[in-house]
Structure formats: C-alpha cells, structure tokens
Design a protein around this ligand. Structure first.
Ligand SMILES: [Zn+2]
Length: 472
C-alpha cells in the first residue's frame, strides 16, 4: 500500500465520517442516468425507449440520435439484435471537510441488457485541494488494466490510497454537479466568479484547473455573465480592454452571433479576421494559423473552397506562394493568380523565379558595394583577402565550404554586413576562409565545414584587421 501523509489521512478519515450524498447530487445522477439509455429499433420501424418504456414508430437510422417523443431524452438508436451496451461517465461533487475542499469523483456505470438499463454509481476518487495544489486518492476498487483504469463496482469499499501516477491513467476529468457550488464557494475568493453557472453549461471539464486558476480571472465572471461559456474556458486570454471592441476585437453587433454559437477562442480568432457571420466556414477555418496574413491577399471563403480544402495543399505553402506573387508584382486581383489549381507546382515556379529576380537585384547592389570595399583588399606572398564580388561567387563559396554564406546574400547586398574571401594566391579559385565583417570588425571567420581557421591563417586575418580595416 502507498503511504498516505498524516494530514491527508486525517482529512480522509473525517470525510468518511462526515460526508453524505446530498440530495442535489442524487438529482444530478438521476439526470445523467436518463442519458444512459437507448432507443431500441426492431422490424417495421418499431422503436422502444429504455428510459420511459414508450413505444413509437420512427424512420431514423440506427446509430443516429433522436429525441424520444415521450420523455424528450436525446438517445442513441440501436438495433434489437444488440445484446449488451455499456455507458460510463465521471460525475463530480465539490465537498468540504474541516475547511478543506475535496473534489469527489464517481463513476456512473450503466449496462443495457434485454430492453432495460441498469445503473450503478461508485465513488472512486477524492482529490484534496490545498494551497492551490491537488492530491488524488483512490479506493481499492480502482484497478489498472494495461494502463487503462477501471472501477470494479462489484467490490466493496475498503480503503483509500494515494493515486499511483506510474499508471498511465488519463487525467481524470468529469461532469461536475452545479447545484451546490454557489453555496460551497460563498466564503471564498470565487464567490462572485459565476463558476456554478459556468459548470451548468459545459460538459466534461478539468474542474480543479478552473477552481485554482481560470475562474480567478475577473474576465471569467464577465464572460459567464455574457453567456459566452466556451470563451470563459480561456478567460486568461481576455485580460486587456474595456469596451466590447477592445476585449473581443470585433464590433458589438457580433455579440449575438458569438453567444448563439457559443464560439470558442480559436473560432473567435477566425471571426476577427473573417468579419462574417458564417459558422460553418468559421469551424472549417479554425485549425489554420495564418488567416490574418492570407486575408491580406485572398477572400478566405473562396480560398477555402478552391485551395485550402484540398488536403494536398498546405497553408504555409499557400502564403509563401502569395507573398512571392506579390513580390513579383503579379496582378493580385487576378483569380487565377490568387487561387491556383495546382498550388505545389505554381509555388515551386514562383519561388524559383523570385530567387532569380532577387539574385539579379542583389548582384547589382553587390557590384555597387565593391567600389567601396575593394580598397580593403590585402595580400602578402601567400594569402589574399578580397570582398565577395557577386551572388554567383557567394553561392559557390557556400557550396565549397559547406556553410550558409548563401543566406547572407541579402544582408551583404544591403550593406548590413561585409563578406570577404581569404585565399591562397597560388590557388585563388579555391575557397579557404570565409570572413564576415561588421563595422570594420571581423565577427566570424570559418574554413570548410564551419571550422575555425588555423593559427597561420588567423595571424594573417588579425594583421589585415589591424593594418587595413581599423585604419580606414
Ligand atoms: Zn422515452
């Protein structure tokens, strides 16, 4: 048995003595039990509700959900050939003992057999919440099967033990009973947080994360009061702004749309860019990351339909392509440019073209720079140092040295750094040392494979720096 610390042992002991199941939790269980039922369909579209035993005719298909016309419960339809079916849900209750909060977790286990469902509820975990930390304890009914947890409802409760984290339990989350929360929180800093209303409007949550963290943000109360429950899950991201526009990045008339569809944070981000009340498009676009950048060039609705919805196309590639087209001064109103039918092919084409154009321009700039840099040429009997004289030579140097000097083309062309080659006079076409200079100072010198120069080479570089660079 895992050792339980004395202070927790005391709390668990008191809890066992004092805890009951409040009526409101019975009500909560009952409500969830109703959802653990099926509509059983047999010949002639004959349907039977295992919740209220009502019989009716429906053409709805097996494995779809329908509302029972009698009890109004939304239930899954199964065939009458079904032998057995199991439902499991974690239900949670916040309780308190000796001024310490304890989150109690129960499993509601329902099994269908022969036109009826049977429900059992077992409390299998208690989480002591203390000083913003939580400590889980499980009962002897909790077992591990190949890393998955299961609750042996048929076993009797005997004792509590520390939850063993070596077992690959998924983090245990649940649906929390909202009815007693307001009362539980009345003397705490969360008394105005609206956490009870939030809980009543969401499904499975990691309650302790909200209890210890998210619900403490002033924005949480504001978002729940606005009935924006999914946004309240990210209340920590709404810490700036006073007006609706400042807080949500959208004009106020969008509020009804946001509330109606219970937008989450990512959907809100899409809406900010899209500025259109199109929920199906918003949901399709919510997994993209560069929408704001894409929207500078294209209509997102058309872009989704013609380019992004094709699984073979990647958004980064698309953005890359559009930026290249803009740089090449293509007509950015031409639909053929904006929405290419073969993105991969067009992408490669414009990127290559852009490189050629870019290299031509850089080459001109480098030639201009040489008029100034050529006065730093230096040589002795063995070595010579001279400025990189063309884009082509930079690409060649890069190839010979296996370094990334090629990526310096733009910086060099724009005068943000100077690139020099040091070579042996007897073999002047062969790369030896690549030197980067900034503000008349050598900041990097590398021989092949990014190695440092030899002592003799370094001495020559130092001499050059001292005699020529520093004195100009
Ligand atoms: Zn019914």
């Amino acid at each position: 048995m895992t050792y339980v610390k004395k202070e927790f042992r005391q709390i668990l002991y008191l809890a066992d003595k004092n805890f009951t199941i409040p009526n409101c939790f019975h009500r909560f269980i009952l409500k969830k039990e109703k959802s653990h039922n099926l509509i059983i369909k047999s010949k002639g579209n004959h349907c039977y509700c295992t919740n209220c035993k009502y019989e009716f005719i429906s053409k709805s298909k097996i494995n779809s959900h329908i509302k029972c016309p009698n009890c109004k419960q939304l239930l899954l339809i199964k065939s009458d050939r079904l032998q057995r079916y199991v439902f499991k849900d974690n239900l949670q209750l916040l309780d308190k003992v000796d001024n310490t909060f304890v989150l109690r977790t129960f499993e509601l286990y329902s099994s269908y057999n022969n036109l009826s469902t049977n429900h059992v509820v077992t409390e299998f975990m208690r989480t002591i919440i203390k000083d913003n930390r939580s400590y889980d304890f499980v009962t002897n009914q909790v077992h591990n099967n190949m890393g998955y947890m299961y609750i042996a409802h048929y076993q009797k409760f005997e004792k509590w033990r520390t939850r063993n984290y070596r077992w690959a339990y998924r983090d245990i989350i649940g649906m929390i009973c909202p009815y007693n929360l307001k009362n539980m929180l009345k003397d705490t800093e969360l008394k105005y947080s609206q956490l009870d209303k939030f809980v009543a409007n969401v499904d499975y949550i990691d309650f302790i994360y909200y209890f210890n963290n998210i619900a403490k943000y002033p924005s949480f109360e504001m978002l729940v009061k606005l009935k924006l429950y999914n946004l309240a899950k990210d209340a920590d991201k709404f810490t700036i702004g006073k007006t609706f526009k400042e807080i949500f990045g959208l004009p106020k008339p969008f509020y009804h749309f946001i509330k109606k569809h219970n937008l989450d944070f990512r959907e809100l981000k899409v809406l900010q860019v899209l500025q259109k009340e199109n929920i199906s498009l918003i949901r399709k676009l919510k997994d993209y990351h560069n929408l704001a950048d894409l929207a500078r060039y294209v209509d997102l609705e058309v872009a989704y339909k013609k380019v992004l919805s094709n699984q073979a196309n990647y958004e980064h590639e698309y953005l890359d392509y559009l930026e290249a087209c803009a740089n090449l001064k293509y007509d950015m109103h031409d639909k053929k440019v904006l929405y290419p039918t073969n993105l991969a092919k067009e992408h490669n084409k414009v990127i290559k073209l852009l490189e050629i154009v870019f290299n031509e321009k850089s080459d001109e700039l480098i030639k201009e720079r040489l008029t100034k840099l050529n006065k730093f040429i230096y040589k002795d009997k063995k070595y010579i140092i001279f400025p990189a004289d063309s884009v082509e030579s930079l690409i060649d140097e890069s190839k010979q040295q296996h370094n990334c000097v090629k990526t310096y083309i733009k910086k060099y062309a724009l005068g943000k750094c100077d690139i020099y080659y040091m070579r042996e006079l007897s073999n002047i076409d062969k790369s030896l040392v690549t030197i980067e200079v900034r503000n008349q100072e050598v900041v990097q010198s590398r021989i092949i494979d990014n190695q440092l120069p030899t002592k003799g080479q370094q001495d020559f570089i130092n001499k050059w720096q001292k005699k020529i660079l520093f004195n100009m």
